[in-house]
Structures are given as C-alpha cells and as structure tokens.
Write a protein that binds this ligand. Sequence first.
Ligand SMILES: C[S@@+](CC[C@H](N)C(=O)[O-])C[C@H]1O[C@@H](n2cnc3c(N)ncnc32)[C@H](O)[C@@H]1O
Length: 280
Amino acid sequence: MAGPRAEEVAATFDAAAADFDRVAPEVWNPAGQALAFQANLRPGDAVLDIGSGTGSSALPAAAAVGPTGLVHALDLSDEMLERGRVKASDRALLNIEFVCADATTWEPPSTVPDAGYDALLGSYAVFFLPEMDAAFTRLVRLVRRGGTVGVTAWRDTALREFAAAFLAALGPHKPEPLPDRTHEMAPAQRLDSPEKLRGWLAAAGTEHVEVHELSNLIPATEEFCWNFVIGSGLRGTLTGLSPDTVARVRHDFLTQITDRGLHTVDATTLVGTAKVVGFP
Ligand SMILES: C[S@@+](CC[C@H](N)C(=O)[O-])C[C@H]1O[C@@H](n2cnc3c(N)ncnc32)[C@H](O)[C@@H]1O
C-alpha cells in the first residue's frame, strides 16, 4: 500500500464499511448495475473493477461475464472487500477475486490475457485516486485496444443540499472552524456534467464516449439521511467527536433536513463508458 493517503482512505472505508453497505440498495447498487450494463460486458470477458468497495459494480460485472470470465475487484479497504466476498459467496459467483490492493500500482497477474483486460470499471472511485488523470490513463492502458472503460460520478446537482444541511448542523459542534475541504471535491467536480465527463474520458485515450444520466432521488427519511452521512465520505468529519456530540449533530442535522423542506436526497449520477484507442 502506497503512503499515508492510501492508509487514510483504507482507515476511513474500513470504519464506514457496515454503514456504507446499509445504503447500498438505494445509492451504490443502482449505479454499479447501470455501469455494468452500459459497459456491454460479454461472457468470458476479463474485467478490472477499481475502488470496488462491497461490490456494487464488480458483482453485476461477474454475473455478466459468467463462469468463463473473471473480475479483479480492487480496493484499499479490506473491510469493504470482505463484505463483497460474502455477497459473492452468497450468490455462488466464483469468478470474482476481491483483492486488497492500490489501483495506482496494480499490475495484472498472468490470468489476464497478454493484450489486457476487456474492461475497466470504477464506480464513484476515480476521484479518490491521487493524480487522478495520470492514474486513470495508466489504468486505461491495462485494457486491450477496443476494450471498454466505464466510470460513474456524481452529477453537479447531487448531494448539494444534503451536504449543506449536514455541514450547517455540524459546524457549531466542532471545537475549531471546519477546515476548508473544497480541494478534496475538486477532482469530482471535474467530472460532474456530461460534457466534462465526456471530455475527460476522451483525454485518457478513448473514443465513442457515451454518458447517461441516472436520475436517483431518494426519499429523505431520517434513517436514510443519517446512514448516508455515516456511510459516506462525510463520516470523516465526525472523527474525534464524543458519542454525545455525534448524537447532537444527528439531531440538528435531521432538524435541518426538515426545516429546509428536503424531501429527497439527490443522488443523480453520470454513467460514462468509452472504447480504448490503441497506444503507440
Ligand atoms: C465511494 S467508494 C465506492 C465503492 C464502490 N465502487 C461502490 O460504488 O459501491 C470508493 C472506494 O474506492 C476505494 N479506493 C480509494 N482509493 C483507492 C485506490 N487507490 N485503490 C483502490 N481502491 C481505492 C475506497 O477504499 C472505497 O472503497
């Protein structure tokens, strides 16, 4: 595993794994399934799925490529992967390997054809990669010419009001002012419209780019809203707070949701796929 940033990501997602999975049916699974469909996988394909988490796109990919195909599902968090392994075992999917590895340094093992993977998938994952463009271009080169790459990313409207309500509730409970974390959002914001995602995929050495918008407006029940906070990147902001303070943040956050008249959580997602152009 490479460096403190990777360790921090692994620790965050290890801690979040159970809560992350609680919102999988509403948030992660629809996007992962849509990505696997749009990638047009075929029986026998070899697929690399990065930032796999608990398997939202890797599991449907494994079903699509069937017993003659294979899926390498990579993640830094072994807690997330372990949940994926259990799901694969429950579904008797034997063609998927959940591997604890850093996608930025992954080298395909000899079970992958010399020409490369048939497809690379990453659902809500690429914006976690340090040096996102260089890391993604390197991963694209692990795919054979004419193979498929596909990613999902948040639409610019997604999570905006939800995150604003949470941060407004959290602020007064933090001993120090909230640090400016806008730089952490910057990579995701580079992919947050169909035009931006299309341009970004093309710049990584692909053509025939297709981007579809997956509308997903999730009823803002109290249970879902809080689970989504503690099962997503927002969880990290609660680190260091006492259980009593976290309970007060939860209360104030749910009040914010009501006061702001937030009836749905906008989880609208872009699903982008493209074909790999040959490299010289
Ligand atoms: C938001 S989650 C998405 C998980 C899954 N794809 C889904 O949609 O349900 C992002 C995942 O990327 C993983 N991740 C971040 N950086 C990574 C890296 N360099 N290599 C492998 N996995 C990484 C995290 O550990 C986390 O599980």
